[in-house]
Design a binder for this molecule. Structure first.
Ligand SMILES: Cc1cc2nc3c(=O)[nH]c(=O)nc-3n(C[C@H](O)[C@H](O)[C@H](O)COP(=O)(O)O)c2cc1C
Length: 251
């Protein structure tokens, strides 16, 4: 498959991919969707973000109760809300419901909501968030269904090698989400695990966003060749804000 900007997605980087960063990348015209976040929602996830900040990690500084307002203001900076993905860290359905209600009242055009079941920082994991959500499928299912009930298109971000592709895809197919975003990294080895990604594209009915180690046209194209609908990029776009244009300019 040839590369085009519509296949390209800016992936989340907490503390970095804010509204201005994502808007600048989107306005280059070389990317189809951009992500803002990850944003921590609710008491425990916000406390975890504070703990992460204290040990030097980049985080977005959100006050409890201000989540919907803060994110809506960031979203306002984006020229195309429907092509914006909002990456959120949550660990319980109750706070998800209050957030989803408040956020949908605060915005006029709905973005894609991406539930972060990817983060593996200890502070997040010990409160049942991030990657731990894949071990709590009932909670994850409820969180996703709350966003769906408010008409948000939904994405789920996971690390591919933390679940069984076949059985997890069966769950995802039952949940009926729009996008499955897979960080298909290989333990200890640079590059994307294309075999793992192919298992997900085979078993999944949602559109797959393939992620990890896209550094050039070849690595981006390899992800699309697994059957993924999109490839996403984080670190290379942080280093070089023109990265997406360097990928798609010849097509
Ligand atoms: C500084 C930094 C912060 C990140 N924060 C998040 C986040 O908040 N949510 C998320 O889903 N992924 C986050 N990621 C993971 C990236 O979105 C991506 O999955 C990972 O970096 C692999 O893609 P890459 O090889 O293109 O960088 C972060 C990555 C980096 C480098």
């Amino acid at each position: 498959m040839n590369l085009s900007s519509s296949h390209a997605v800016l992936a989340a980087m907490a503390g970095i991919t804010n509204g201005n960063f994502a808007a600048q990348i989107f306005e280059s015209g070389c990317v189809g969707k951009v992500t803002i976040g990850g944003y921590s929602i609710g008491k425990e996830m916000i406390n975890a973000a504070v703990e992460l900040t204290l040990r030097g990690r980049n985080e977005f500084p959100i006050q409890l109760g201000e989540e919907a307002n803060f994110i809506a203001q960031e979203l306002d900076k984006l020229p195309s809300k429907s092509n914006t993905i909002v990456n959120v860290r949550l660990n319980n359905p109750e706070e998800t419901l209050s957030f989803a209600r408040e956020f949908s009242e605060r915005i006029s055009v709905i973005p894609i909501i991406e539930v972060n079941a990817h983060c593996r920082q200890q502070e997040i994991l010990e409160k049942g968030g991030g990657q731990n959500l894949t071990q709590r499928p009932e909670t994850l299912s409820r969180i996703l269904s709350i966003f769906k009930s408010k008409d948000f298109p939904t994405s789920l971000k996971i690390r591919g090698n933390t679940v069984d592709p076949r059985s997890f895809s069966k769950l995802v197919n039952d949940w009926g989400i729009d996008y499955l975003h897979i960080d298909s990294y290989r333990n200890g080895i640079e590059g994307t695990d294309l075999t793992l990604l192919t298992s997900f594209t085979n078993f999944n009915q949602s559109e797959v966003i393939g992620n990890n180690s896209v550094v050039d046209q070849r690595s981006a194209k390899a992800i699309l060749d697994t059957g993924a609908s999109y490839f996403s990029v984080a670190r290379a776009a942080r280093k070089n804000h023109d990265f997406f244009c360097s990928l798609v300019k010849d097509f």
